[in-house]
Design a protein around this ligand. Structure first.
Ligand code: ADP
Ligand code: MG
Length: 740
């Protein structure tokens, strides 16, 4: 008898060689094989009479072989099979099918499934490349053939269609999976607590597995195709439930940890008021309130701040920083690129240093001496706001007393990576904190106001992202995070005008750029690659820089920025552009993240068809930051795919990051959208967080119910069984090791 954990090679018909092929698909166990679901179903339920067939329909036909033979055309050999029912005949064609030559004997009963077509010349009906199965030999009684038809996996039922894997055909999977199911332990343990099962109306695991592959006659084809049969729902819920259970436990665990209860008193309020260079928007006010309230709790904050590009996240981050600093703690602000770290550093200095806060920049490219000195300042508590790249995490910087970590990750990271990042920021600081605690060297800072906590307190973490995710989805997906949304742009912005043109019209575009620059504005020109040899037919930043600065814009000051420049040079170029000493900046997507130069009003993107939607939106977010009207010109070079065109159209149509994100999600699917697999999205086999968002919410609700503890409805034993299952299934995906 097979269990779900039995290695797949023990399924009859698999064997070691096929097991290797399956392993390549991630199928190692019987359970894995059974989770290889059909991607669609065919209704082969009702065999049709030949005389009632209509061109264009998919049909199942049970008939008798009349004759067959191979004939050769100039292009290829074609195998022709004629079958009949009484006086009706039907021709079937198989291209390149010499292997069928001796397969059929007149008088045999066979079943066929395929598309009925009409021959253009003779107007006769025929079936090209049908699936077929021999049901009985000439001598068999008719009953025998009928019986076989009833038992067939191919005909006379709703048939599951699997994706072909190597040489393993859909037909192979049908047989293997059917065999596995027949030998499967019919008494599979159910890891979902009974109370949850009954509330959700879930079928048993065994029933789900059978029916998802071999639907009962009468099952709705529409529900099958849309993964909405009870069997599908059970399997989808399984996956979502245990992921949510893990997140829920994490959330509870976090709330039980010791954090810092920052106080937002009048001093901090006054300090914040003093530094703000403008009136915060109502959205900024609301979000800060949420953050401040969270920071005030005695457990560590784990909050995600979502806001479209340009919504003004930075200032919110600075406000949160002030609260922490006013309470006597240090703040680390991490950016995904050096350029962005630099930029945060400059604005932090402008805004915060005036008020007497000490800000330092720590990035990988600093000279060793400077680095050492900066580190000393950090360790001694002289620096209050430490800005750097994510290298801050790796470099094991010692803080005197870190209270708040802000991660400005924009849209760069996947969901689970974000969690890792948080865990890591906690780990990275926990170590020196621990060392300090044992050394007893913690000299209390004179400005410290919050209650010193008895245990080692974890710093608060605020992650900022520009990926706008539909709110319900974010809430369920991030599970263990609290979410704040900045859903309003600062006032005085004129919407960006976006146009899409072919690069035949580049002279006009350059003329337009020249006019804008003459009016005192600045422009970006973005290319998909740095140097030509990378992808030959694409225009590259370096070459186009030469052309733009050397001839097209000879009279203007043009700069070049890309990821491979020396950090000092990068820094210098960026600063010159920021100060207006450069009028045009030729760049790659290094500028995509967070760069803020309000005087830049034009963004030209060459080969715009090559960029992803999120990327285009981010790039466009670099302009429209001041009061002057801004223009985004998407230039296409070469062929634009249909999907590419949809991306460009969306950009022209809307500036709304949420709408763009939704379309992006739709075009790319959740895996790509949230980052690749290594970004750590749970690798669901059945569930699809877009399609199944309602089940996701139900799973979250039920998980919360289970986590809230043993009660009359759920026994401790059930809970522990659920936990064991959760670990087994999800531990490797996102390390739930420390949970529970
Ligand atoms: P993002 O959310 O993309 O990080 P930024 O924080 O860089 O956005 O802010 C974009 C621009 O808007 C900056 O120039 C910033 O100074 C400005 N800004 C932010 N908040 C306001 C506000 N309340 N009023 C006016 N301008 C603001
Ligand atoms: Mg930003």
């Amino acid at each position: 008898m097979l269990e779900l954990s039995t290695p797949v090679k023990y399924v009859k018909g698999v064997g070691p060689r096929i097991a290797d092929v399956l392993a390549g698909k991630g199928i190692y166990t019987v359970g894995d094989l059974l989770y290889y679901l059909p991607f669609r179903y065919e209704d082969r339920l009702n065999p049709r009479g030949i005389s009632e067939l209509r061109p264009g329909e998919m049909a199942t036909i049970v008939a008798e072989v009349r004759n067959s033979g191979l004939f050769r055309t100039r292009k290829m050999p074609i195998f022709q099979l004629t079958v009949g029912q009484g006086r009706s005949r039907l021709r079937c064609l198989f291209f390149n099918a010499t292997y069928l030559q001796d397969k059929f004997v007149p008088g045999q009963m066979i079943a066929l499934y395929g598309k009925v077509e009409q021959d253009e010349r003779t107007r006769e009906l025929q079936v090209v490349q049908p699936q077929f199965e021999v049901l009985g030999d000439p001598g068999d009684s008719e009953n025998g053939a009928e019986k076989k038809a009833a038992e067939s996996l191919e005909i006379g039922r709703i048939v599951p269609i699997y994706e072909t894997t190597g040489r393993l055909t859909p037909r192979w999977f049908r047989r293997a999976i059917h065999t596995a199911l027949e030998n499967l332990n019919s008494d599979l343990p159910d890891p979902i607590p009974a109370a949850v099962r009954s509330r959700m109306g879930l079928v048993s695991p065994h029933t789900a597995l059978w029916n998802v592959h071999w639907p009962e006659a009468g099952e709705s084809l529409e529900q099958l195709q849309s993964f909405r049969t009870p069997a599908h729902i059970r399997m989808i819920f399984d996956e979502l439930f245990f992921v949510e259970l893990g997140l829920e436990l994490k959330r509870r665990q976090q709330k039980s940890q010791t954090g810092i209860a920052f106080r937002l008193d009048d001093g901090a309020r006054a300090a914040i008021k003093k530094i703000l260079p403008f009136h915060p928007t109502p959205a900024q006010k609301r979000v800060l309130k949420e953050i401040a309230a969270d920071m005030g709790k005695p457990y560590p904050m784990r909050r995600l701040l979502q806001g479209d590009v340009g919504s003004g996240k930075t200032i919110v981050a600075f406000e949160a920083a002030i609260i922490a600093i006013q309470n006597g703690y240090q703040v680390a602000l991490m950016a995904p690129t050096e350029i962005l770290a630099q930029q945060h550093f400059f604005s932090a200095r402008n805004i915060l240093e005036k008020a007497g806060y000490r800000v330092v920049l720590l990035t990988g490219s600093l000279e060793a001496d400077r680095k050492r000195e900066t580190r000393r300042h950090i360790a001694q508590g002289n620096a209050q706001l430490i800005i750097g790249t994510h290298a801050l995490l790796e470099e094991k910087v010692e803080f005197e007393n870190l209270g708040l970590v802000i991660v400005d990750e924009q849209h760069r990271f996947g969901v689970m990576q974000r969690l890792k990042l948080m865990r890591k920021s906690a780990d990275a600081v926990a170590e020196p904190e621990m060392a300090k605690a044992t050394a007893g060297a913690a000299a209390a800072s004179p400005r410290r106001q919050a209650e010193p906590s008895p245990a080692v307190a974890e710093p608060d973490v605020l992650v900022m992202t520009a990926t706008p995710i539909p709110r319900t989805l974010a809430l369920t997906l991030y599970g263990d995070l609290d979410v704040s949304v900045l859903d309003e742009l600062p006032p005085g912005r004129t919407p960006i005008v976006t146009r899409c043109v072919s690069d035949d019209r580049s002279p006009e575009v350059w003329e337009f750029v020249r006019k804008q620059v003459a009016a005192g504005n600045q422009a970006y020109v973005v290319y998909p690659v740095i140097a030509e040899n990378e992808e030959s037919e694409l225009k590259a930043a370096v070459k186009m820089y030469r052309e733009l600065s050397g001839s097209i814009f000879k009279e203007l000051k043009v700069g070049l920025l890309h990821g491979r420049l020396d950090p000092d040079l990068k820094d210098q170029v960026m600063r010159m552009f920021q100060k207006g000493e450069l009028q045009i900046l030729v760049a790659t997507t290094v500028i995509e993240v967070g760069v803020d130069v309000p005087n830049a009003t034009v963004m030209v993107i060459e080969h715009a068809e090559r960029f992803g939607l999120a990327q285009l939106h981010q790039l466009r977010g670099r302009i429209g930051r001041g009061a002057a009207k801004s223009y985004c010109i998407l230039m296409t070079g070469g062929k634009v795919s249909e999907e590419g065109q949809r991306r460009l159209d969306a950009m022209v149509r809307t500036n709304d990051g949420f709408k763009i994100a939704e379309l992006d999600l739709e075009l790319r699917g959740p895996g790509e959208f949230f980052g690749t697999r290594q970004a750590g999205l749970p690798d669901f086999r059945v569930a699809n967080i877009i399609r199944d968002v309602q089940l996701l919410e139900a799973a979250k609700r039920e998980a919360a119910f289970v986590v809230s503890g043993p009660n009359a409805e759920i026994s401790a034993e059930e809970i522990s069984r659920a936990l064991v299952h959760m670990r087994a299934r999800w531990q490797h995906t996102y390390g739930l090791v420390e949970v529970g």
